[in-house]
Design a binder for this molecule. Sequence first.
Ligand code: GDP
Length: 197
Amino acid sequence: MLIKTAEFVKSSGKWQECPDATIPEYAFIGRSNVGKSSLINAMMNHKDLAKTSQTPGKTQLINHFLINEEWYLTDLPGYGYARVSKSTRKDFEKLITNYILNRKNLVNLFVLVDVRHTPQKIDLEFMQWCGESGIPFSIVFTKADKLKPGGAQRNVDTYETELLKTWEEAPQMYITSAEKKQGGDEILKYIEQTNQY
Ligand code: GDP
């Protein structure tokens, strides 16, 4: 998909404040520092559409971007911050879960994980919750350039094996690097194929 236009629409602190759900929507989520902003910017061919996070846990808002005047890209606040208070964390979680469960035009959720890490409990639990809630999601592995060739695929295979211990089928997986602008095209291809209402 050629990105002709990518515009910031609004930031919302509640799911009810999100733009009208009139066009297909694709959301990106992951732990802080996973490389979400970098990947969004790389995919959109934009230096600073999504703000790369200096202070983990600061952004507690849902950010909507209108792409090609056809679909929304949504940048969700990260989950699993260690450095914020329990009540702040609860607020994040409520915002995210309410958005995910109520957003009618949400086509797919892209869950980002750092390809260098072994499967983390918090990510697995989040994916489990998505599955139980009937939310379609894919896994996006980030920072593939940080591993030697073959290393990323090996880690993805390990991840898949872990998931298949509890799942009948593994979700769609993408291996990406914002740094090398890799993998984003496949995500955009999927979006292009599914964003027609
Ligand atoms: P966010 O908190 O998930 O939005 O993460 P950021 O996009 O701000 O990235 C966190 C850190 O990881 C920054 O220092 C980025 O430069 C770095 N980073 C993000 N993506 C990549 C990547 O594909 N390759 C490499 N080598 N570093 C990356």
